[in-house]
Write a protein that binds this ligand. Structure first.
Ligand code: MLT
Length: 436
């Protein structure tokens, strides 16, 4: 940052042949304004600055009205910068009008600066002020890759494709889904954490990858709390206990009894260690006091196929992956682990109704960018997600699959960050309890 400021100041100062040292200007900039500096895009010529710069400041200073509303830059009002006077000068200069004496006198009692020096300082402020906020205004300028850390056809893939379709309309660029499966989702999320923080590689993560992963993966290569710029929550998804069609139990009570009685014969299928299906069924087995054989897949898109085919016996999956199969009659849904039944699965009792009140858990899915992704880019992605979640068609598709769309207050990056922090703590506590 300092080199940047120094380089920019040097450039400007050599331009004007002024004698003020760069550090002075830098100090003044920093103490007065706490301005955030950005790499000035090469193409940002003066012409780009003056029209916007002048008109805004012109408005502020043109009429010399001290009571005019101070201009906000990065939350910093800048009424007290005599340099602003310079901008007005610049404005005029660029329209070939000589610097006005008026400007000379209104320098708040400071010795009048030569026009050249003022021009340089004003250029400097103008460039920073007008260019910095929009350094990423053109985002996105090319397609965005959305990493899905599980195989195709599962919950993460379903959510990513539904919101990705609508977000790409708002963003004006395609969102390309890339399935990077493995290790309960941590392989794909590691890839996302290490991607270039420019907004062109983002990922869909969930309660497993950004909640229970530190508890289930001692050698996790990313920190769910520190290594990401949260974009926003996509949806919550209830957990449903499902079994193959021919499984010899028709109610949840019968299921619990059968599994207890046949632990050595029954197999549970899940989407990989640390995945939602793995962690939630680990909790269920702990509550039932059972510990059956488990078969790991690269997601529940894959495990669902084997469940439908009767290759495995049961599992715990997110409702969006279950509803189509239940409607098709290809599997059994025995209980839902939420406080109320889902409108998408009206006939499926809650675990509490079925006598297992302790089994209460639901999953969530959300979008993440690598840490240090510029805040404006994150804001643009959050806006597009927000628009998608308000879009009637997109909402309809998500809700008919039983997912719950977050309220506006829960859709901010900050709300997601808070959720990740509390989930990491919760699952460490749960797994400490389960493993003893
Ligand atoms: C998936 O998308 O396959 C799932 O999210 C896997 C899981 O976490 O259970």
């Amino acid at each position: 940052m300092r080199q940047q400021i120094a380089r920019l100041t040097e450039q400007l100062l050599t331009l004007g042949g002024q004698d003020q040292s760069a550090p002075d200007v830098v100090k003044e900039l920093q103490t007065q304004f706490e301005l955030e500096f950005v790499d000035l895009p090469r193409e940002s010529g003066l012409s780009e600055v003056q029209p916007r710069g002048r008109s805004r400041y012109g408005a502020l200073l043109g009429d010399g009205d001290e009571s005019a509303k101070p201009l906000e830059i990065h939350g910093q009002s800048i009424r007290n910068l005599y340099g602003i006077l310079e901008l007005q000068c610049i404005g005029r200069a660029s329209s070939h009008m000589a610097c006005s004496a008026a400007n000379e006198s209104s320098s708040r009692g400071r010795p009048a600066m030569t026009c050249g020096r003022r021009t340089l300082l004003a250029l400097f402020f103008g460039l920073i002020i007008t260019v910095s906020p929009s350094a990423h205004a053109g985002f996105p300028e090319r397609p965005i890759t959305l990493i899905v850390p599980f195989g195709p056809g599962g919950p993460a893939d379903t959510f990513a494709r539904i919101i990705g379709e609508r977000m790409s309309q708002s963003l004006g660029q395609p969102i390309i889904i890339e399935n990077v499966a493995g290790a309960g989702g941590t392989t794909g999320i590691t890839r996302a954490a290490q991607a270039k923080p420019d907004g062109y590689t983002i990922a869909i993560g969930h309660m497993g990858t950004h909640g229970s992963a530190p508890a289930t993966h001692p050698n996790l290569k990313y920190d769910p709390i520190r290594d990401f710029a949260p974009i926003g929550l996509v949806a919550a998804a209830a957990i449903v206990v499902i079994a193959r069609k021919e499984f010899p139990a028709d109610t949840f009570q019968e299921f619990v009894a059968y599994v207890n009685a046949h632990q050595d014969k029954v197999t549970e299928a899940h989407g990989g260690v640390g995945s939602v299906s793995h962690t939630t069924c680990a909790l269920l087995q702990w509550i039932m006091g059972t510990n059956t054989a488990r078969v790991a897949y690269r997601g529940t898109g894959e495990s669902m196929k084997d469940l439908v085919a009767g290759q495995v016996d049961f599992g715990c999956d997110q409702i969006v992956n279950v509803v189509p199969q239940v409607q098709a009659g290809s599997i059994k849904a025995l209980a839902i682990a939420s406080a109320e039944r889902s409108p998408a699965l009206k006939d499926v009792p809650t675990a509490t109704e079925a006598g297992v009140p302790k089994f209460r858990v639901s999953a969530w899915q959300a979008l993440f960018a690598p840490k240090n992704t510029p805040p404006e880019v994150v804001a643009a992605l959050n806006d597009a997600l927000d628009t998608a979640l308000d879009d009637r068609h997109t909402r309809g598709r998500l809700m008919e699959l039983g997912s719950v769309i977050p309220d506006k207050v829960d859709r901010s990056p900050a709300a997601l960050q808070a959720l990740v922090q509390s989930e990491v703590a919760r699952w460490i506590f749960v797994f400490r309890g389960i493993s003893h």
